[in-house]
Design a protein. Structure first.
Lengths: 315, 430
């Protein structure tokens, strides 16, 4: 079975997941992103790499933040950008996901940035539009959020340089997290020897060890000696159900506080994909503290998305 | 019509026959085996050189989608698919629209089916009204109108009290109840086997114990009620152990497995292949191997197609939103043969799981070719392989994870009650 995001020559045609991507492709994206970081700091923040191309941000699930960073990235590459928030209303009218995609294709979209609440949606769309149009997965269900995984990897590389000596802990709701899955794949491909996941058993998916991680239920044990701490967002709707009793109890045992962070390496960095729930998964003292690289992540995110779009658009 | 099928290899599992025998058919029944009855003059002679003459297949689960779901399939299309697959008797689950919970609906289905003069159709009645799991159906009355058993199909029965009462009531009249074991709460919102593949793909999981817990509940109720229960579509290895122990204890239970579960597991989901979205889900390789072994040793009594025609639009969706189900009638024989080749089982034993054993569960006179038996016959070429191509399938359901597979076994003639209802030229595609 051929990897559906690579063409016959092994070049990237879609970005659907980081799983199974060759290391060289990931490194090329990170290197390209590095060259774009300068662009975003220039007075004229534009390069003409995607001039004349149309990028459609198609969000079947709401996200102002991610959509905005994609929009900025596309505009800095001089692409024409169309934003579509498609809630379930058109589905209720009977139009299927692929009908919607066909309609947008007929409007000559060159690139689709897709977010959808169901795992596998981006794969389905990519298989449907074929190799002439490019699909970037901006998050599908619990499955993948590859540009987030790449920007996390970029951030880690920026601060820590070498993956092959790192210990990285990912904390919180692993079960529902596409961010965690994509980061785990990125870290594995880049040679990270120690990837840990930390959370109560209700928030860890079955057989998570098979992704190449070590599992910790105790946060202090899990954080001991780590170089990187990645906090995940905990959705409100997980509270008070069968998975977690309360936000208070979660914060007590799995919220990142200065005291818990103290067992990590002294120069550890703290990351979060945003938006943060202060006082639920992270204490403000940490979020705004010296270890936090949460805002640089956002900045790097634009460069990483520019890199992905320029590589896909140039192929 | 008098028929003489000559030069074939007669394989009749119930009568433990596997040798070159001619078959003579008169008045819809087997009139002679090996030698012609006195004064037999054939109206037609079928040359079965190099072919197997077997009882027509008996399928314990084939959805014909009537009444109500004709946009997915019709009786005409699916009954033709059945005989093209060598299936001459089939049981259809009650999950039609409306469900088969009233005698009138059952009568209509039977009348429509018999007017087509193709396979024999045995309706399974709804266990509860509208399959809602609240009120019992008039089971005895439905039995009198032709229902051979009672079931919830894949619709969950949340209330164990009602399950217990339904079993008691069925036992009052000596009726059989068919149940697919699955705890509805544990399976809620799941779409794939809860294991490493689902974790990787981010698909909500159905844990294996959703099946084994429900199975243990059913077995406990069988123990107290004595009701004859058939367990449908086992998917978990541990379930096979539970049934084995229950049978050893003398409980009146039988069970089946879907043919596709003998060959595929969760790894086959690949990159969200919605053709692999089935109910119950494809589980681990270990589970699949236990199902294969269980069918071989007889713990699992029968293999069925679990034929579920799904229209293309319903599959062209993200995996979890796609409609579960796969076409199966025309692949039942090939998948049974593939399993028997790979398991090095004698053909006569393997075919029994799709003929005489399911006929025993149905409690009907079918699935064998003894003298005087109904002449429901499947004549097939066991050595030919054909590639599965959706366009060549008779069924309106074209979705199957086996597209592109080269599978053994090509049905050449299908007879129901002594009439040739299907024949295929050599070289014609599946």
């Amino acid at each position: 079975m051929r990897n559906p995001q690579l063409d016959a020559r092994g070049e990237l045609t879609h970005l659907l997941t980081l799983e199974g991507l060759p290391r060289e492709i990931i490194v090329r994206i990170l290197d390209t992103a590095e060259s774009f970081v300068g662009v975003t700091e220039r007075e004229v923040k534009k390069v003409p790499l995607l001039r004349g191309m149309s990028v459609f941000n198609v969000f079947f699930e709401n996200s102002t933040r991610t959509r905005t960073t994609f929009e900025i990235a596309a505009k800095r590459l001089s692409a024409d950008v169309v934003n579509l928030n498609i809630d379930t209303s058109s589905t209720k009218k009977g139009e299927t996901l692929l009908d919607t995609v066909d309609n947008l294709s007929a409007m000559h979209a060159d690139m689709f940035v897709v977010r959808h609440s169901t795992s596998g949606a981006a794969h389905l769309i990519a298989a449907h539009v074929g190799p002439e149009r490019h699909v970037i997965n901006a998050g599908d269900g619990r499955h993948a959020h590859p540009t987030q995984g790449l920007l996390d990897a970029y951030t880690i590389r920026h601060y820590k340089r070498d993956f092959t000596a790192l210990s990285v802990a990912i904390v919180g709701d692993i079960l529902h997290s596409r961010v965690a899955r994509s980061l785990i794949h990125a870290l594995g491909i880049l040679g990270t020897p120690d990837i840990r996941v930390i959370g109560p058993r209700t928030l860890l998916p079955t057989g998570v060890e098979s992704l190449g991680v070590r599992v910790f239920n105790d946060m202090r044990q899990g954080l001991a000696g780590t170089d990187v701490v990645v906090m995940l967002r905990l959705q409100n709707e997980r509270m008070g159900g069968p998975l977690l009793p309360s936000a208070q109890e979660f914060f007590k045992y799995y919220g990142l506080t200065p005291e818990k962070l103290a067992v990590a390496k002294p120069d550890a960095i703290v990351m979060h994909p945003g938006p943060m729930n202060r006082g639920i998964e992270i204490d403000s003292a940490v979020a705004d503290g010296p270890h936090s690289v949460i805002l640089p992540q956002v900045t790097f995110g634009i460069a990483v998305r520019m890199a992905v779009m320029s590589i896909l658009g140039g192929s | 019509m008098k028929l003489h099928i000559r030069n074939g290899r007669l394989v009749d599992p119930r009568n433990e026959v596997d040798r070159p025998f001619d078959l003579f058919i008169a008045e819809g029944r087997v009139a002679g085996i090996g030698g012609a009855p006195r004064g037999f003059a054939a109206d037609r002679v079928i040359d079965a050189t190099g072919l197997v003459i077997a009882p027509g297949l008996v399928d314990l689960a084939a959805r014909l989608r009537e009444p109500g779901l004709e946009y997915k399939a019709t009786l005409e299309s699916e009954m033709l698919a059945a005989v093209a697959g060598g299936v001459t008797s089939l049981a259809c689950p009650p999950d039609t629209d409306p469900p088969l919970d009233e005698p009138g609906l059952v009568e209509m289905l039977k009348r429509r089916a018999s007017s087509l003069n193709l396979a024999r159709v045995y309706p399974v009645g709804a266990l509860t009204a509208k399959l809602q799991g609240e009120r019992l159906t008039e089971m005895a009355e439905l039995r009198d109108h032709g229902c051979i058993a009672f079931s919830q199909a894949d619709v969950p029965l949340h209330d164990t009290q009602i399950l217990w009462r339904a079993l008691q009531y069925a036992q009052t009249f000596g009726l059989a109840v068919w149940l697919r074991p699955q705890d509805p709460h544990l399976a809620k919102s799941g779409v794939a086997h809860d294991g490493e593949v689902a974790t990787r793909l981010g698909l909500p999981g159905i844990p294996p114990f959703a099946e084994t817990i429900a199975l243990a509940t059913i077995l406990a109720l069988v123990r107290v009620t004595g009701t004859r229960v058939h367990l449908c579509r086992l998917s978990v290895g541990e379930s096979v152990d539970l049934v084995r122990a229950a049978k050893r204890d003398g409980l009146p239970v039988t069970c089946d497995v879907a043919a596709h579960h003998l060959h595929l597991c969760d790894i086959d989901l690949g990159y969200f292949d919605s053709r692999c979205h089935v109910v119950p889900p494809f589980r681990s390789q270990r589970d699949r191997d236990a199902l294969r072994a269980g069918l071989a040793d007889g713990t699992i009594d029968a293999v069925c197609s679990d034929h579920t025609p799904v229209d293309e639009d319903a599959k062209q969706l993200p995996f979890g939103e796609s409609e579960p189900g796969t076409t199966g009638l025309e692949l039942l024989l090939p998948l049974v043969l593939k399993w028997s080749h790979e398991s090095r089982l004698p053909l006569v034993k393997a075919l029994g799981r799709a003929t005489s054993d399911p006929a025993r569960i149905l409690g009907v006179e079918a699935g064998h070719l003894g003298l005087g038996a109904p002449a429901d016959v499947c004549v097939f070429d066991p050595e030919s392989y054909l590639q599965v191509q959706p366009a060549a399938l008779r069924s309106q359901g074209k979705n199957t994870p086996f597209v592109g597979y080269e599978l053994p076994g090509v049905v050449r003639y299908t007879l129901v009650a002594g009439e040739v209802v299907f024949e295929r030229e050599p070289g014609e595609s599946r």
